[in-house]
Design a protein. Structure first.
Length: 268
């Protein structure tokens, strides 16, 4: 058998195997595929799993659609013209309906070309409305303003899930000034609390004294209007022992002796 007759079928089989391999593709979980045929992009993305394509002339580009997290340092200025360094962490994802559009319109990483500039712009706009002290104290408010602004600027082509402010850095002089002001405010609040406590205690003492004076006045009026009330109070407080007075004669002293009263029988 001639070598050419052997090599020819082998080459044909090899080409068929390569063509069959080129005609299939696999999209991994969490990804979608962008099918490009001779430079032309398909209108629909390819779902995850095994698929078919034209061999040698078609390519499938994988695009991650799972939620991603990226850090983003940013520099902005407050309303009082203080420089503020902010460290952000951004959570975002590419919606399936935007996979092809992002591949066509935004070269490279969409985070760098689409998300980062708009998030930084929104943060600067939010920071410009607040003083440096307010930016530190109202971190959640600044975050919400920046997140809302970024979503409006980006639109629905990308889903901005959340924006987290991890750190805010001010100049040392400004940090010292803010800390000193906060200490003074805490001391002032403590002084106001002490003053309010003293005023409440004084008011309570006055109310108690007025109540006691009113009670004495009422008792005095009751005694004047009903003198027998004193006798009733004496009877209520009597312990059941009657006093006995024994005379000592013309010049002697009288003696007061108690008499035991037995209510159950005669005295012995």
């Amino acid at each position: 058998m001639q070598p050419a007759k052997i090599i020819g079928p082998i080459v044909i089989i090899f080409v068929i195997v390569i063509a069959a391999a080129q005609a299939t593709f696999v999209v991994d979980p969490g990804y979608r595929g962008v099918l490009v045929t001779l430079g032309k992009v398909s209108n629909q993305c390819e779902p995850e799993g095994l698929g078919m394509k034209k061999p040698f002339i078609s390519t499938v580009i994988p695009v991650l659609v799972r939620q991603q997290t990226r850090e983003l340092p940013s520099e902005c200025y407050s309303s009082d013209l203080q420089q503020v360094q902010v460290k952000l962490r951004l959570l975002y994802k590419i919606p399936e309906q935007s996979v092809v559009k992002i591949y066509q319109q935004y070269a490279g990483d969409p985070f760098t070309s689409l998300i980062a500039p708009r998030v930084q712009e929104s943060l600067k706009e939010a920071a410009a409305l607040q003083s440096a002290e307010q930016i530190v104290r109202q971190r959640e408010h600044i975050k919400n303003l920046a997140l809302t602004g970024a979503r409006k600027k980006i639109g629905d082509i990308l889903e901005v899930v959340d924006l987290v402010i991890e750190d805010i850095t001010l100049s040392r002089e400004l940090e010292a000034a803010i800390e000193s002001k906060m200490v003074q405010e805490q001391e002032a609040a403590k002084a106001r609390f002490t003053q309010q406590k003293a005023e409440i205690e004084a008011s309570t003492a006055i109310i108690r004294a007025k109540g006691e004076a009113e009670a004495i006045r009422i008792r005095g009026e009751a005694l004047r209007s009903n003198p027998t009330l004193i006798d009733l109070q004496i009877v209520e407080k009597w312990d059941g022992k009657s006093p006995l007075v024994v005379g000592g004669g013309a010049g002697g002293a009288n003696m007061l002796l108690p008499i035991n009263v037995n209510t159950g029988g005669a005295a012995k």
